[in-house]
Design a protein. Sequence first.
Length: 280
Amino acid sequence: MKQIFVEQQILDEIKKEHWKYCLSKINKKKLRLSYDDCKKLFIENPFNEDFTVKSEYKKFKKKQFDFRQKYKHFRTPISKKQTWYAAKLIEKLNIKVCPYCGQQYFSTITKENGSVIAEASLDHFAAENEYYYLALNLYNLIPICRSCNCTYKLADNKIIVNPYFEQLEDYIEFSLDNRSLIKYFSDNENLKVNIINKNHNQRTQNHIDILNLENRYNYYQNMIKTLIYKKEVITQNYLDDITEEINGEKISLKDLILKQDLFDKNEPFMKFKLDIWKQL
Ligand SMILES: [Zn+2]
């Protein structure tokens, strides 16, 4: 849900590593690739503003460069000597939560021998079956959680929000359905949260639909119920009461109670919780 932000210096380092790796894996001469073509294929942004693939890339389709097999080795290294691979890229990008759904943590673990394991996968933003020549393009490799990758996104060719350049949470709002709130209090029925596509953008709608976000968020009923409960309990009187008891600072107490849930912006479900909290 958040945009992936990388400082220029880190991005330069990533490009350097990736460039070195890709060149070591292909035979430029045999494939008749110029220096500029290699840059285009591996480390340059292949997308237009609407995230279709730039027309200058069409020529690669005719030449039929298929780097999918090479990508497999990038994803799962075959040699211990390999120093640049998917998990290292995910580690360098330093993303804490899946940028596609905002629900799953990404952790990377460095083993004693220095190799890195990532709990995330890489998504080919432009589908692999059609844009096989972009299988190793850096801008086409986006960290994604396993649920998004293996259960929902699959090989859909519709364009969705691109986390390298934009953030889904700017385009949507979680909205708690008032009727469901009334039914929850009267008959203990399930609460319903709708996802509003604020700018009516097709890309945003595709993203919500393909990743099945509305159903996936509505599954977390207890999270919504906890927010409702907290909103009921944490009144000014309640804060005054406990403040008296510990002689202390009102504001920091409120922060303390809500912190983990509402104010740590780099946690999973953050946009969901903040939007619902504002409505209660
Ligand atoms: Zn995800």
